[in-house]
Ligand binder design. Structure first.
Ligand SMILES: N=c1c2ncn([C@@H]3O[C@H](COP(=O)(O)OP(=O)(O)OP(=O)(O)O)[C@@H](O)[C@H]3O)c2ncn1[C@@H]1O[C@H](COP(=O)(O)O)[C@@H](O)[C@H]1O
Length: 104
């Protein structure tokens, strides 16, 4: 297994963008992006996974926190891609805040 690093966020985001362009009935991302409830379905999933992450923390269960946080981040990536927000924009926002707030 390759070293785990956050470049996987870009890789998954790029797959989601590809799913926006190329419908595949086997794809979970395509099901979400084309759901009859529209954006509400994606937002429901973000809400659901947020609550499951909170419960995992309440349970003090490390493995569950990792798993539920991964579900949450994945569904956030779908929500961002569906709204044409790029990861570069998120990175730029975090960098700008870091520059403003850093104390050393
Ligand atoms: N990271 C993920 C990922 N994490 C979770 N899931 C799916 O998210 C779904 C919802 O998870 P839940 O735990 O909420 O399960 P559930 O309650 O049964 O879900 P629903 O009934 O609400 O659909 C499950 O079907 C999971 O398989 C994911 N599906 C896809 N990815 C990534 O997205 C890429 C593209 O996926 P496809 O579009 O399916 O090819 C994959 O290669 C992965 O990198």
């Amino acid at each position: 297994m390759p070293d785990a690093d956050l470049s996987i966020l870009n890789r998954v985001y790029d797959i989601i963008l590809d799913r926006k362009q190329n419908y595949d009935e086997r794809s979970y991302v395509c099901k979400l992006l084309n759901h009859r409830k529209g954006m509400n379905k994606i937002l429901e999933k973000v809400g659901e996974e947020s609550i499951e992450t909170i419960l995992a923390v309440r349970n003090e269960n490390h493995a569950e926190i990792v798993s539920e946080s991964s579900d949450l981040i994945f569904h956030l990536l779908v929500m961002l891609a569906a709204n044409n927000v790029t990861l570069d924009e998120i990175a730029a926002e975090l960098i700008a805040r870091h520059e403003i707030m850093k104390r050393d």
